[in-house]
Design a protein around this ligand. Structure first.
Ligand SMILES: [Fe+2]
Ligand SMILES: [Fe+2]
Length: 337
């Protein structure tokens, strides 16, 4: 439902930021800048400035890890889904998230960063992922709200990335966004069913919305005034729409959906502003956001420990796959000799 109301003009927000002076080869730099200005794509074999490569690796790393860690809060509910239908949907969704992580790790590999390096960053706590996944999923309605709001916010963030200047990242996003759209709809539909159920079910939905709403608004990142990297990201065509603009679009799209659902969004300051033609909303608790990003949210340690354990438990699979490949290669060599 977001994708239909969402179109990005070519070069939106790009041209108004001056190019950063560079110490790189001026000819190569000029060719790179010209390609970016013409809204062309940069491919893995193309020359690119180091800072562009680093920015992309950092962003793709955070994105990939968010997909993978994002499997955990919902995976927690697979064995307790209320029906076979909901279980099948949830398994498919969680599996999709794993696939998204894998596309993104592959995209980072095209920039010269290996999967092992990325995983080392995640497992050591150096690399970041979306702070929303450091909160617990306390009741079944959390699964629906994650689909509706968390995947909904992810779609808002990711649709503009389909036009990111780095080819492999932009192409990965096309499929990811289609799958996210399914995630968002399944969550909203599950909540609609619950809201037509018992009083206790409606209370569960409202409770989940109360706990997750503000965290979803924080998913778009710090306010534009506090995002020093955003202007450069815009200049490079990596970022197309600012954090605050995306957040506003999300609020504007979500308020009518909440009305249809019959839930209250937990913000007394949320109201339509006729002059702005947007909804105004209250203050996000950035202190809490940074605290969670720094590793002190309610589930940071648990999430990381679960990831590291899963990786270590899978070591024998990787060892077996490598041993099998070696055996195949030896056999092929023998046959060729
Ligand atoms: Fe995803
Ligand atoms: Fe998703």
């Amino acid at each position: 439902m977001y994708t239909q109301s969402f179109s990005v003009p070519d070069n939106a927000g790009q041209k108004n930021v001056a190019a950063v002076p560079s110490t790189e080869n001026p000819e190569l730099m000029a060719a790179f800048d010209a390609r970016i200005d013409a809204d062309g794509r940069i491919e893995p074999q193309d020359w690119m400035p180091d800072a562009y490569r680093k920015t992309l690796v950092r962003q793709i790393s955070q994105h990939a890890h968010s997909e993978i860690v994002g499997m955990l809060p919902e995976g927690n509910w697979i064995s307790r889904a209320p029906s076979l239908k909901r279980k099948a949907i949830l398994i498919a969704k969680v599996q999709d998230e794993g696939g998204h992580g894998l596309y993104l790790y592959s995209a980072a590999e095209t920039l010269g960063t290996s999967r092992d390096q990325m995983l080392e960053g995640l497992h050591s706590g150096k690399a970041k992922y979306s702070s929303i996944f450091n909160y617990p999923t306390l009741n079944w309605a959390d699964v629906g709200v994650i689909g509706w709001l968390v995947d909904g916010a992810a779609i808002m963030n990711q649709i503009p990335l389909c036009r990111c200047s780095y080819g492999p990242y932009s192409r990965a996003m096309v499929r990811v966004c289609k799958e996210e759209s399914f995630h968002q709809r399944q969550g909203y539909e599950a909540l609609l069913v619950m809201m037509q159920g018992t009083e206790a079910q409606r209370a569960m939905v409202q409770d989940a919305v109360n706990r997750l709403w503000w965290k979803c608004l924080a998913m778009f990142g710090p306010p534009d005034a506090d995002s020093p990297n955003s202007a450069q990201g815009m200049r490079w065509g990596i970022k197309r729409i600012s954090n605050d603009e995306l957040r506003q679009k999300f609020v504007d799209a979500t308020v009518p959906q909440a009305k249809v659902l019959g839930v209250t969004l937990p913000d007394p300051d949320l109201k339509w502003n006729e002059a702005r033609q947007h909804y105004d909303y209250g203050q996000i608790d950035w202190q809490e956001f940074w605290n969670t990003v720094e590793g002190n949210g309610p589930c940071n340690k648990e999430r990381l420990a679960t990831r590291v354990k899963a990786h270590n438990d899978g070591q024998w699979v990787r060892d077996a796959a490598l041993a099998y490949t070696r055996k195949q290669q030896q056999r092929a060599q023998k046959e060729a000799a």
